[in-house]
Design a protein around this ligand. Sequence first.
Ligand code: NAD
Length: 489
Amino acid sequence: AETPASLIMIFGATGDLAKRKLYPSLYHLFRKGKLSEHFAVIGVARRPWTDEVLREHVRDSVLTSIKDAENIEEFVSHFYYKPHDVSDSQSYIQLKNLANELDQTYGLEGNRIFYLAMAPEFFGTIAEHLKIDGLTDTNGFHRLVIEKPFGHDLESAKELNKRIRNVFSENDIYRIDHYLGKEMVQNIEVIRFANAIFEPLWNNRFISNIQITSSEMLGVEERGGYYETSGALRDMVQNHMLQMVALLAMEPPIRLTPKEIRSEKVKVLGALRSIEHDDIPNFFVRGQYGPGEINGEKVIGYREEQNVNEESNTDTYVAGKLMIDNFRWAGVPFYIRTGKRMTAKSTKIVIQFKDIPMNLYYKSEKDLDPNLLVIHIQPEEGITLHLNAKDTGQMMETTPVKLNFSNNHAPGLNTPEAYEKLLFDCLRGDATNFTHWDEVALSWSFVDKISHYWESQKAKFPNYSAGTMGPKEADELLEKEGFKWWPVT
Ligand code: NAD
């Protein structure tokens, strides 16, 4: 399937995201023949670049990710550049003139995608100008793609949403959550709904708890300034972690349409037990890394990082217990944890099944291991099922065994990156793997309660060393219920 003719306008064309993700992804679609030859890209940013400079930049960005970039010259010839001032109508009128010209040259049928790969403070202004200055006055489709963060809390998200909804309808707004473009995140629903051995067990009668870990080894790097206004709860939990919870917990949709899938996810988010003020420490743990060691190298603590307040209260780690108060999940904790400067870079989901009613093979102090289904999201992609089998030999003793499926494709052209899939979906008009406003609103109202509580209390930071799996309170969160975090490495 090929995408329809389209003009893609990238705001923030000189930025990091465009360079690392968007250009290589577009090239992959082009090279695989998935991109209609009726396409053109206008790069928009502040710098006084020319078409030639952008093309050189795009060529470089593609060549760093793929060495034998066939037809790269033809690909980059579709790129144009306009220096731009986001709040100046004159700028938009020039942009419109170029867009109309390219419409003719490439036969783009007036279809337009506006990709905002820049700081969110400009989203509202840009959307308004697109309309006022006539960039959306064509016969084709007009879609807005926006990056995270979508607001800072429910209030600011509502404000932003109001501004962009004045210009674009909900169906034309593609809010990126790049986790939803990941192969194994998309696989969650297939594993659940295409296998007779899982779905019948996928409920509180057979599952004891679910654990989702998304750990990073990196610290805040140069993003200290931004991170100080965000923290792990807003940066990771509000979007990626809650999206994974929703996919794991949702009811089977009646059809695989964006509307049906999103409405099942919305129901899960609506069923999240809201945690009130004083109860928050019983459900959520925050952390901030101090100095420590990563791969044998000493690293500094968060408070020593660039552009970070030396008494910063910002969370670089969150662990939490979520309860979903519906028929399927009542009583089953969903544990999540995410943070920077942890032991490994890894995103994994562990589904722990309940113990069988009695253990025939109980020998002295050894219990049977519970069955686990592990979904490896990144960097490895695959599934592992932990079973008990007979230990080889004379005795009827058990030993844990693992069934492994590894999505072990060679990295490169065959591995569609999240952004490649999401761009393809957006070009085809499929919004399934983008977040609907209702999901954004429910996630923020859940997260806001926690951040308000945390803001009202001084944290005892730092409380975990770089290179560890987080503060001990995160372990206690599970231990008090007789569980433990399953290792992710
Ligand atoms: P960046 O700082 O590297 O790039 C910002 C771009 O915006 C540049 O092209 C700059 O020229 C342009 N810009 C800034 N102010 C402007 C103005 N007044 N007028 C016109 N252009 C202006 O940022 P980035 O890392 O590419 O991130 C862009 C967005 O994507 C952000 O919302 C970020 O949160 C989000 N995001 C980035 C990544 C990533 O990997 N970089 C991942 C997820 C989300």
